[in-house]
Design a protein around this ligand. Structure first.
Ligand SMILES: [Cu+2]
Length: 333
């Protein structure tokens, strides 16, 4: 039964960002230590399973009743100190050993390694999207985290400061790190580092409401040079383009500006994603669809079509308004 929602979840990510979470293929030290703990625990449990299951099976066969003889009972034994001691001590030692290993890994994962050039990102979980703020550079983006690769003498650890704007969420990018919850009124921290350039996918791992399944994360790990270039681009305010003046004006007049920020304009809302460089993102609304003109139009016409119950209302705009606003948004590169 549990498999069904699991398969549905996988199918959702398959159709949008094309991958299923892969904790068995780590791309960084943090995910690697999670994997080794997993294998160790699995190995120990497998040995226990074989010993216990095997003994039960052997005894069932060896001591099964061969002749039906209800009159006499088999011989009864009571109490055996060595046996009692053995079955108390062996599990206690096993549990202690596993606990020590897990505690060591947890401490390791909580405290960042002494790497240079640390990068800080503030992650805020919202129903149902991710805010990624880069406090060192003064800009904010959504759903797609861009970080520099950590290799050679350019070791980079990324510090995430995790917060929530509403309910509990959980940040999980399996190939880079284990999960950490985002809890209202509390700040959690974690770090990660990526050994290989590439794109890694994740998702919210704590049920947070109806569209929890559509709260995907994309992490782009890029070279140092590409990262610097990306930061420079993101730092700029929105480009000004007179050809889309109507769309710009409609955006400011309608409620859009109350929920969204576009740096360099009057739009300073913080409730929804920052749209200053909207078109630099690959997907819309936390990975539910590709960021294309057609999808943008569909989204603004009625966000509920693709993300029912999402926190952006259907504004019932006229087709001309939608068209004008989309033309404007397309210039936000
Ligand atoms: Cu969530």
């Amino acid at each position: 039964m549990l498999l069904v929602p699991g398969l549905v979840l996988c199918a959702t990510s398959e159709s949008t960002w094309g991958q299923i979470p892969e904790m068995f293929d780590p791309a960084g030290p943090n995910a690697e230590s999670v994997r080794s703990v997993f294998w160790l625990v699995l190995a120990v449990c497998t040995v226990i399973f074989i010993v216990v299951g095997g003994t039960i099976l052997a005894f069932v066969i060896r001591f099964r009743e061969r002749t039906i003889d209800a009159e006499t009972e088999p011989p009864q034994f009571y109490g055996s100190q060595p046996i009692e001691l053995a079955w108390t001590l062996a599990p206690a030692l096993t549990v202690l050993m596993l606990a020590l290993v897990v505690i060591r890994s947890v401490i390791e994962l909580r405290t960042a390694p002494p790497m240079q050039h640390d990068q800080r990102v503030r992650v805020v979980g919202h129903q149902w999207w991710w805010e990624f703020e880069y406090p060192d550079y003064g800009f904010s983006t959504a759903n797609e985290l861009v970080i520099p690769v950590s290799e050679g003498d350019q070791r980079r650890s990324i510090h995430l400061q995790l917060e929530s704007a509403d309910v509990i969420h959980s940040f999980w990018v399996p190939r880079l790190a284990g999960k950490t919850d985002l809890i209202p009124a509390k700040t959690n921290e974690m770090w990660l580092a990526a050994d290989q350039e590439g794109t890694y996918f994740g998702r919210c791992a704590e049920y947070c409401g109806t569209q929890h399944a559509k709260m995907l994360i994309r992490v782009d790990v890029v070279s140092e040079a590409a990262f610097v270039q990306w930061v420079e681009q993101q730092k700029k305010p929105a480009a000004w383009n007179q050809a889309v003046q109507t769309g710009h004006d409609r955006f400011m007049e309608l409620a859009c500006a109350n929920c969204h920020t576009i740096r360099g304009t009057d739009a300073r809302g913080r409730f929804g994603p920052d749209l200053t460089h909207l078109m630099s993102r690959h997907a819309l609304a936390s990975g539910i669809m590709e960021n294309t003109q057609a999808n943008l139009t569909r989204w603004i016409k009625n966000p509920n079509l693709d993300k029912a119950g999402c926190r952006m209302p259907n504004m019932r705009l006229s087709d001309e308004d939608v068209q004008a606003i989309v033309d404007y948004l397309l210039t936000l590169r």
